[in-house]
Design a protein around this ligand. Structure first.
Ligand SMILES: [Mn+2]
Length: 320
């Protein structure tokens, strides 16, 4: 699976790693995890993503952050760039042009609608997390694993599987987890960092958002909205909305959950499905990305217009 990747990695000394804007646990864990693998193999590694270069607080414990560099500090024409957990070149944000101008570009991902935008592509939708692909790439490169590296990959695995509860969780996830625990990962330590590291601002924003939740019991569509005022009142940031949607998805009878957020960069719409509706299809039609159970896109027009449009999309998918 990784033959071509290994060939290009062996031939290059300086390697740029990139992941998608507003990186989640799998994005950061895969980015830093592969960074540590390549650094241990003697490579000079720079890791980055487009937009604000700030590691969300719940991932600040992860090792390898000294490899991170701001998007503007990346070579304009890298010899080798590897995108991780990124469904399309657009999702790279401001790194997109460096990716386009790279001599060799590699795309390692598990999003089903990945646009195979690299010169070398390893896209495996059957994998629950990109971190699982990085683990296997590590094997192929004969990596000596340690706890720092394993914690990065475990973080990707635990976040993208919803702590091993989503329908993408299969035996291979538990085998990977068992292997990573064997390298020294302490699941309780990771749990505390990722899921019990909530800020007061995040809690207050969740309170506002949950109080506004609307459920349509006939269609099973549940949603809430977060306005600029909500962010301002609570002092919370966009990153603070990351797991909010899971609370909506958890309600009995829900088919599709949505959170519509007014961010600095415009209206951002996150979608989750409990299984019957493919939200990746909906997001894909709107120029966004994601997979069957989790997807997102940028809304057009006002919050109200985007919400009406989303309701139409869901009705069309459900009646199809
Ligand atoms: Mn992922």
């Amino acid at each position: 699976m990784f033959k071509e990747v290994i060939d290009v990695v062996r031939a290059e000394r300086d390697i740029v790693l990139a992941t998608h804007i507003l990186p989640d646990g799998d994005a950061i864990g895969s980015l830093l995890g592969l960074g540590l693998i390549l650094r241990n193999a003697g490579k000079n590694v720079i890791a980055t993503w487009g937009g604000r270069m700030e590691v969300p607080a719940q991932y600040s414990f992860l090792a390898g952050q000294e490899m991170l560099a701001a998007a503007e500090d990346i070579p304009r024409e890298p010899g080798l760039i590897i995108a991780l957990d990124c469904g399309s070149r657009e999702r790279l944000g401001s790194i997109e042009k460096n990716f386009k101008h790279a001599k060799i570009s590699v795309n390692i991902d598990h999003h089903r609608n990945n646009t195979t935008f690299g010169t070398v592509n390893v896209v495996r939708p059957a994998y629950a997390a990109t971190a699982q692909l990085v683990l296997e790439l590590g094997h192929a490169l004969h990596t000596v694993f340690n706890r720092d590296l394993a914690e990065n990959l475990y973080t990707g695995l635990v976040t993208d599987t919803g702590r091993f509860q989503y329908s993408n969780t299969d035996a291979s996830c538990f085998l990977a987890a068992a292997e990573l625990i064997g390298y020294g990962v302490d699941p309780a330590r990771i749990f505390r960092h990722i899921y019990e590291n909530s800020s007061y601002e995040r809690l207050r924003l969740a309170g506002l958002a949950l109080a506004k939740t609307v459920l349509d019991p006939t269609t099973g569509f549940i949603y809430t909205t977060i306005t600029k005022e909500d962010f301002a009142t609570t002092g919370a940031s966009v990153e603070d909305t990351e797991n909010l949607i899971d609370s909506l998805r958890a309600v009995a009878g829900v088919q599709v959950a949505a959170v519509l957020k007014e961010t600095e960069g415009g209206l951002r719409i996150s979608l989750r499905s409990t299984g019957a509706v493919d939200v990746g299809l909906i997001a894909g039609r709107k120029g966004g990305g994601g997979h069957k159970l989790a997807a997102g896109y940028n809304g057009r027009g006002s919050l109200e217009e985007s919400l009406a449009d989303l309701k139409d999309e869901i009705a069309a998918v459900e009646s199809a």
